[in-house]
Write a protein that binds this ligand. Structure first.
Ligand SMILES: Cc1cc2nc3c(=O)[nH]c(=O)nc-3n(C[C@H](O)[C@H](O)[C@H](O)COP(=O)(O)OP(=O)(O)OC[C@H]3O[C@@H](n4cnc5c(N)ncnc54)[C@H](O)[C@@H]3O)c2cc1C
Length: 396
């Protein structure tokens, strides 16, 4: 299928999935007290039935064949209905792309059929540790992962802990980063490993109780003398940072697209409200200051979307790749959406703040906060971009 056909087809599938499957369940699941009860396997299985779960797997492997631009658009469409569901899917979609691009033929043969055929197969990636977090993103040159992989016969023994990991307690397959050379930093002494749920010495730990994005679960990954065979090293030994840099160009764009969906939902809600709420002798929209607020929200969302799609095209290779597009689009989109959502809250008056008004505004505010830090704290991503700028200036 051409990109245009893929975009039309998957855009329609995503819209119907959002309307028919996600929207009816989102508010109830979001309101569950125990974070594990906010996750729904029914939603994942329905995504599988509609072909969405394997959206980014190539058609040769039996997947949906979507590239980064189409995927970014689908992510935003689903996030309009619920941010958490878009994250559950987007994590899986970006890691399927990594699995196809960064693995050996043997690894593809062993893992891609599992991902394709198990209707509950989700993927997760573990970088973040309690003590090593922004340091792997910026990166801080002397930082090294506390999760260690020690050489043993035939492979490696992993010991340590990751936390905050999306899909951690739900995934079947994980990409995990560990320090293989403790004498070096994580830049040249860390390695990426493929680890399957159920591997001895590997468990998921505490499930985090989050402010928003509740339909996605985040949890710890715990490794206690967990054996991983040489055949499950992803990329080169001590080449983990290269895997992270080379194979995740679209990750930032998908994160940005997720949060844009929240902003778009808030804008649409505010516009509807401004047409129906009457104060000052007419609907709010009849007052110029309110109409200007809505124009500002729309402008900022459109600018952010254009930026995100540009980055996705770069990741697809249909436009030149710009190094700062691996960090800045999510920063911009999440800043825009934070402004848009708080403005939408303002226009709703006290009704936006009241859970019992049931208008979904307070959920959007909680959800909007998720991507100020998810996929890298904004300040850290700006620092990463600043390093690119300094390197450009230093070049002869
Ligand atoms: C919803 C959600 C989902 C996530 N999913 C995943 C996942 O799937 N996998 C995974 O591995 N991780 C995941 N994370 C973790 C996420 O990547 C980290 O939260 C993020 O990298 C920041 O780390 P931290 O929260 O420990 O903050 P810290 O690193 O402690 O930073 C705290 C503050 O200090 C600032 N700061 C840090 N270093 C510097 C510096 N050198 N100079 C100036 N300021 C600095 C930061 O910008 C931030 O404002 C997720 C997080 C969230 C919230």
């Amino acid at each position: 299928m051409t990109t245009e056909h893929l975009e039309k087809h998957w855009g329609e599938v995503a819209r119907r999935f959002g309307q028919e499957v996600v929207a009816p369940r989102s508010r109830d699941l979001d309101g569950q007290v125990d974070p594990e009860d906010s996750f729904s396997w029914d939603i994942v299985e329905e995504a599988s039935r509609r072909g969405l779960r394997t959206l980014t797997m190539s058609e040769d492997w039996g997947g949906g064949g979507a590239g980064c631009l189409v995927t970014a658009k689908v992510v935003e469409e689903i996030a309009r209905f619920d941010l958490g569901v878009s994250v559950v899917m987007a994590q899986t979609w970006k890691l399927i792309q990594t699995l196809e691009a960064a693995t050996t033929e043997d690894q593809r043969q062993r893992y891609l059929p599992i991902v394709r055929d198990d209707s509950r197969c989700l993927l997760a990636i573990g970088f973040t540790e309690p003590e090593v977090a922004s340091d792997y993103i910026a990166p801080y040159e002397r930082a090294s992962y506390r999760t260690r992989a020690e050489r043993v016969e035939g492979g490696w023994k992993l010991t340590g802990k990751k936390h905050f990991v999306s899909n951690a307690n739900r995934a079947t397959l994980y990409i995990v980063f560990a320090q293989t050379d403790p004498s070096k930093s994580l830049l040249d002494g860390s390695t990426a490993f493929l680890v399957r749920r159920g591997t001895s010495g590997f468990t998921s730990g505490h499930v985090h109780n989050k402010l928003g994005e509740r339909l996605a679960n985040n949890a710890e990954l715990v490794f206690d003398d967990c054996f991983v065979a040489d055949s499950d090293v992803l990329g080169e030994v001590n080449g983990g940072f290269g895997v992270q840099s080379r194979f995740f160009p679209a990750s930032n764009a998908y994160a940005a697209a997720s949060i844009l969906g929240v902003g778009q939902a808030a804008y649409e809600k505010a516009l509807l409200w401004a047409q129906t709420r009457v104060q000052g002798g007419g609907p709010l929209l009849s007052h110029d200051s309110v109409a200007i607020d809505l124009a500002q929200m729309r402008m900022e969302l459109e600018a952010a979307r254009t930026y995100v799609h540009r980055a996705a095209r770069g990741a697809d290779g249909t436009m030149a790749w710009v190094p700062t597009h691996g960090s800045l689009p999510k920063v911009f989109a999440s800043q825009v959406v934070w402004r848009v959502v708080t403005q939408a809250l303002e226009l709703h008056g006290g009704r936006g703040y009241m859970k019992d008004e049931n208008n979904g505004m307070e959920k959007l505010v909680r959800d909007a906060a998720a991507f100020l830090h998810s996929d890298g704290a904004n300040r850290t991503l700006l620092l990463k971009a600043a390093k690119v700028i300094r390197a450009e200036v230093a070049e002869p």
